[in-house]
Design a protein around this ligand. Structure first.
Ligand SMILES: [Fe+2]
Length: 170
């Protein structure tokens, strides 16, 4: 798990009925996903701005719609971390330092190449979110598990929107 230095140790009192050690683990996990989500959102924006080719306009709009949805999840993950008595590590620099996703390729222009880059990242992101659903449930926090479930369902749908451009029957 990535280190957030001093911010990782910041915790606050709360009347939420989960033991402090459990809340700290949940906050750490939420901050990891906050970083992933912020990073992914900025990568989708990068695609929104730089995409070129025959499908420019539809991809430009689709990428913006997806980035908007991810921005809402950034907010929900950060606010869940704070609700649990934690500290949200949510600046762009914190996200960049903590994200598990690879950097977005700077040398792609064509719509299909952007789609392939995003599909790869959405696949990684989705797998990590799915793991977090079970982890939060095992820690006794169904509310956080529910947030991850909501994100997983939305991200899987967005992955379909992206993949539908390049899918082949097997
Ligand atoms: Fe825009």
């Amino acid at each position: 798990m990535a280190s957030r230095g001093k911010t990782k140790a910041r915790h606050f009192t709360t009347h939420i009925d989960l033991p402090p050690a459990v809340r700290e683990q949940l906050v750490d996990m939420l901050n990891d996903h906050l970083a992933d989500t912020f990073d992914l959102m900025s990568q989708v924006k990068q695609a929104h701005w730089n995409v070129k080719g025959r499908d420019f306009h539809s991809l430009h709009l689709l990428f913006d719609e997806i980035a908007g949805e991810l921005t809402e999840f950034v907010d929900e993950l950060a606010e869940r971390a704070v609700s649990l008595g934690g500290y949200a590590a949510g600046t762009a620099r914190m996200a960049a330092a903590n994200s598990a996703l690879p950097e977005y390729p700077a040398d792609v222009s064509d719509g299909l190449d952007h789609l392939r880059a995003l599909v790869e990242r959405f696949g990684l992101y989705s797998a990590r979110v799915r793991t977090a659903i079970d982890a939060a449930g095992k820690m006794g926090d169904q509310a956080t598990a529910d947030l991850y479930t909501e994100i997983a369902r939305a991200v899987d749908k967005r992955l379909w929107f992206l993949e539908a451009h390049i899918q082949r029957e097997v």
